[in-house]
Design a protein around this ligand. Structure first.
Ligand SMILES: C[S@@+](CC[C@H](N)C(=O)[O-])C[C@H]1O[C@@H](n2cnc3c(N)ncnc32)[C@H](O)[C@@H]1O
Length: 369
C-alpha cells in the first residue's frame, strides 16, 4: 500500500504526519524512512474487552487480538531510537497475557516497568471489585540509554502537595522516602540495627538492607535527615527536601488521578470540544500523555502513536514542541482528530507559543494506481 499527502494544516514546512490507514500497513510503508528514529512510542490499543464502541470495535476475541499485537510490536520496536521507549496502555483483563507476549518479542531485559494509573476515582458498585486502575507497560530499546536520557518530573502542584513539614524543619517542606532497599546487590556494611533517638531498635525487613552504611546513617540521623515518625517510634525514613526536589523528581510507578487525570475527565474534555457529537468512548487524559512524553523525550524529538483514537498523543506532542506521527484507521480521524488538532494548533498560534513545527500533513491511501 502507498500513501500520499492529501492535506496540510499549520505554518511553514511541517514534518508531523497524521496517517489514515491500518497501522501495520502504514508502519511497513514508513519503515525505511523512520527506522531507529522514534524516541517515544505510545500505544493504546483495543483492550479485548468485548465492547462494540461507537467509533471502533473491540470484540475480535483473544486469539485475533493477541495476534494483531504480536504482529505490530516487533515492527514498532524497529522504529525506536537508541534512547527510545515504548509505552503500552492496557487494563487488568489482558495485562498479564500481553506482558508475557511482549517479553517474548522484546526480551525481558528490555522491560523497564509497569506503571499503575488511577483511571477513575469514583467507586464502581456493580462488580465484586471497583476497578480503579489501568496499566502502562514500559519497554526500552536499550534500558541503560533510556535511564540516562529520561527526564525527571517537574514538580507540579499535585506533586508539591506531598511535601509537608511536620517537624518544623527550618530547611522547609519535605517528604519521606523509604530508607531500605532490596538486598540483592547489598554489601555487608548495609546490614545493621539502627538505634532511633528514643532508643528503639530497627532492623531492615527480610530481604532488604539499609540504603546507607552505618556511619553514613548515623551522620544523617545527627543532621536530622532521618524521620522516625511523629512519635519517634516509626520505621526510619529518609527526608527529601522540596528545595532539592525542585530540580526534578524520579518518576514513580503509581500515577494518581489528581496528577494525570481520569478517563472521565478526558471524556468531559472532548465533550466540551465536540458539543453536538457522540463523544469518543476511550480517550486518555492529555495530562497522562504529557507525563509520558515529558519523561521520555525532549523538544524536537519524534513521538509515534499507532492507535491515535481521538488524537490525544498528537495534540500533546504538538503542545510540547515534539515532532509526531499519528496513525488511525477509523473515520473519526477526519471528524474528531483533525478538528481537535486544528483547534489546538490555532490556540498555540494565537498564544504566540514558540513551536518550530506547528502543523501536520494528512496522508491517506493512494488509490490512484
Ligand atoms: C483505545 S483507542 C485509542 C484512544 C487514544 N489513546 C485517545 O486518547 O483517544 C484505540 C484506537 O485504535 C484504533 N485502531 C484499532 N485498530 C487499528 C489499526 N489496525 N490501525 C489503526 N488504528 C487502529 C481504533 O480505531 C481506536 O481509535
Amino acid at each position: 500500500m502507498k500513501y500520499r499527502k492529501t492535506l496540510s494544516y499549520g505554518m511553514g514546512s511541517v514534518t508531523n504526519k497524521i496517517i489514515k490507514g491500518d497501522n501495520i500497513e502504514v508502519l511497513n510503508y514508513l519503515m525505511d524512512s523512520y527506522r531507529g528514529k522514534v524516541d517515544c512510542i505510545y500505544i493504546d490499543p483495543p483492550y479485548n474487552n468485548d465492547e462494540e464502541y461507537v467509533h471502533y470495535d473491540d470484540s475480535d476475541g483473544f486469539d485475533a487480538w493477541i495476534e494483531k499485537l504480536c504482529n505490530i510490536l516487533p515492527l514498532l520496536f524497529e522504529f525506536l531510537s537508541d534512547k527510545g521507549s515504548l509505552w503500552i496502555s492496557i487494563d487488568d483483563g489482558e495485562v498479564h497475557y500481553l506482558k508475557v507476549a511482549a517479553d517474548k518479542i522484546f526480551g525481558r531485559k528490555n522491560f523497564v516497568h509497569t506503571i499503575i494509573w488511577e483511571h477513575r476515582t469514583s467507586r464502581e458498585n456493580r462488580r465484586a471489585f471497583s476497578n480503579n486502575h489501568e496499566y502502562i507497560l514500559v519497554y526500552a530499546k536499550n534500558p541503560n540509554e533510556f535511564k540516562k536520557s529520561r527526564n525527571l518530573l517537574i514538580a507540579d502542584k499535585a506533586l508539591l502537595t506531598r511535601f509537608k513539614n511536620p517537624d518544623n524543619d527550618p530547611r522547609g517542606d519535605w517528604q519521606s522516602i523509604t530508607a531500605h532497599v532490596q538486598s540483592g546487590h547489598a554489601v555487608a556494611s548495609q546490614f545493621y540495627t539502627i538505634i532511633a533517638p528514643n532508643g528503639k531498635r530497627h532492623d531492615p525487613p527480610l530481604g532488604r538492607c539499609w540504603v546507607y552504611n552505618e556511619q553514613r546513617m548515623l551522620d544523617e540521623i545527627k543532621h536530622n535527615n532521618i524521620w522516625f515518625g511523629k512519635d519517634g517510634n516509626g520505621v526510619p525514613r529518609i527526608k527529601k527536601f522540596l528545595s532539592e526536589s525542585k530540580k526534578g523528581l524520579t518518576p514513580e510507578t503509581i500515577w494518581r488521578a489528581e496528577e494525570v487525570g481520569t478517563t472521565n475527565q478526558a471524556k468531559k474534555h472532548l465533550k466540551k470540544l465536540f458539543k453536538d457529537q457522540t463523544v469518543f468512548d476511550t480517550p486518555k487524559p492529555e495530562a497522562l500523555i504529557r507525563r509520558i512524553i515529558e519523561i521520555s523525550t525532549n523538544e524536537g524529538d519524534l513521538v509515534l502513536d499507532a492507535y491515535l483514537g481521538s488524537g490525544t498523543t498528537a495534540v500533546v506532542a504538538q503542545q510540547l514542541n515534539r515532532r509526531y506521527i499519528g496513525i488511525e484507521v477509523g473515520e473519526h480521524l477526519l471528524n474528531i482528530v483533525l478538528p481537535r488538532l486544528n483547534k489546538s494548533i490555532d490556540d498555540l498560534r494565537s498564544e504566540g507559543t514558540e513551536i518550530n513545527n506547528l502543523g501536520y500533513e494528512l496522508w491517506s491511501e493512494d488509490r490512484t494506481e
